[in-house]
Design a protein around this ligand. Structure first.
Ligand code: NDP
Length: 433
């Protein structure tokens, strides 16, 4: 706490991991003797920089850019960039810390990192977003490379921003180095299924969780919070597997559609028009918009929080439990507060932490890197099949580890210990570096 004052989200993320590690530290004293925890908590490198740009009115604007290169023991630094006004070092560090263990769980050779800026793309024109991205990359490019550090998208960074970032990297370095960013457009090195991967992966994970307790997703009522990249494709896959998604949201409120969400309409409003969620209810008679109360008040069997950190607290969790929810899987990073997780676990609701259930995005980014390295591109079906297998393996790894450590069904313990062990072994193997 003294070393990282005021970084509340970072403290929360570290505590959540450490609270699970007691059994493994007792079993493997070399982790304690080798100071593995202290080493993992301290990022290998933290880069903070000024991002100057000129707005449409000709005024000079200044934002702050971050890249926290957390751990490279398993592979090059890998993790997204977030552009949102709430971004500060504590958010980037919590995301980077989580990313180490998530990437480890995927079984792919990727280290952990995260970056971003307090820039708000929602309130900027397309030209302003481009100039901002160019300025951001003009500073960050010297730290990147396909073997060094490979960013991707996150909140506020989608296909448009990745395009501007890649274009500037290519211009400065005079290299079409495809493997330096993931989430690229399909004609210039992107991978099929990357756009869908996080949302699809969350739903595959839930399906496995439900099957493990002898039930299924088909026919279930589902709420998905958010309406961005992760939420959209979680809705799509849940619908494909026969569930009925009845609610979604953005930061202005939420909609409930008892006929099931019309995904084409949602995509038109969110991806094409970049409009607010109330527009959905204005065009769909079966839907109502609300900006009071909580999306978690809607009675459902399955809740998929896919917007942002700490969006689901203990009160919301208690309401979900009272309404009969059977499973919760995190599409966002750390969307459930520690108290909410406690409520789910005490009530016997199946709960999957984001570092396991939302790992499909970064895993498919690693598949994109493989295709770039081989100068190849795979079909949608092949890539989705690989994603499906990866999510199945992550599920089983978490489940088996929880069982091995005497807490069957505890995905928090399973994910943290399985993710941590691989990183810790690599840290020890590489000596004091
Ligand atoms: P997007 O920017 O595409 O969408 C974010 C969505 O969440 C929007 O609907 C946004 O609403 C809403 N939201 C953001 N901040 C808040 C807030 N403070 N309160 C309420 N709603 C909010 O981001 P992604 O879908 O990419 O990311 C969503 C979450 O998933 C994040 O936690 C991210 O870290 C995590 N994640 C993303 C991955 C990916 O591949 N993209 C991979 C793994 C995890 P509005 O537009 O009004 O701001």
């Amino acid at each position: 706490l003294r070393r990282n004052p005021g970084e509340v989200e970072f403290h929360q993320a570290v505590k959540e991991v450490f609270d699970s590690l007691g059994p493994v530290l007792r079993k493997k004293p070399e982790y304690v003797e080798g100071a593995v925890l202290s080493r993992i908590c301290e990022p290998e490198r933290q880069i903070i920089f000024r991002v100057p740009w000129v707005d449409d009115a000709g005024r000079v604007r200044i934002n702050r850019g971050f890249r926290v290169e957390y751990s490279s023991v398993l592979g090059p630094y890998k993790g997204g960039l977030r552009f949102h006004p709430s971004v500060y070092l504590g958010i980037i560090k919590f995301l980077g810390f989580e990313q180490i263990f998530k990437n480890s769980l995927t079984g792919m050779p990727i280290g952990g990192a995260k970056g971003g800026s307090d820039f708000d793309p929602h309130s900027a024109s397309d030209g302003e977003v481009m100039r901002f991205c160019q300025s951001f990359m003009t500073e960050l490019y010297r730290n990147l490379g396909e073997h060094t550090d490979v960013p991707a998208g996150d909140i506020g960074v989608g296909a448009r921003e990745i395009g501007y970032l890649f274009g500037q990297y290519k211009r400065i370095t005079n290299r079409h180095e495809s493997g330096v960013l993931t989430g690229k457009g399909l004609t210039w090195g992107g991978s099929l299924v990357r756009t869908e991967a996080t949302g699809y992966g969350v739903v595959y994970f839930v399906k496995e969780m439900l099957e493990e307790i002898g039930t299924q997703l088909e026919g279930r009522r589902v709420t998905v919070s958010g309406s961005g990249n992760v939420a959209t494709y979680a809705i799509e896959k849940a619908q494909q597997l026969g569930a009925k998604v009845v609610a979604c949201s953005d930061s202005s409120g939420y909609i409930v559609d008892e006929e099931g969400i019309d995904l084409e309409l949602l995509k038109q409003i969110k991806e094409v028009e970049r409009a607010r969620i109330h527009c959905y209810a204005e065009r769909r008679p079966s839907a109502v918009f609300s900006d009071t109360g909580s999306i978690w008040d809607v009675p459902v069997d399955v809740a998929l929080p896919c917007a942002t950190q700490n969006e689901l607290d203990d009160e919301a969790a208690a309401t979900l439990v009272a309404n009969g929810a059977v499973a919760v899987a995190e599409g966002a990073n750390m969307p459930c507060t520690p108290a909410a997780i406690g409520v789910f676990q005490d009530a016997g609701v199946k709960y999957a932490p984001g570092k396991a259930s939302n790992a499909g995005g970064v895993a498919t980014s690693a598949l994109e890197m493989q295709q770039n390295a081989a100068r190849d591109s795979w079909s949608f079906e092949d890539t989705e099949q690989k994603l499906h297998q990866i999510m199945h393996d992550i599920h089983d790894r978490c489940s088996e580890t929880a069982e091995e450590y005497g807490q069957p069904g505890n995905y928090v313990l399973g994910a943290n210990i399985a993710g941590f062990t691989k990183v810790a072994d690599a840290v020890i193997a590489m000596g004091v570096v």
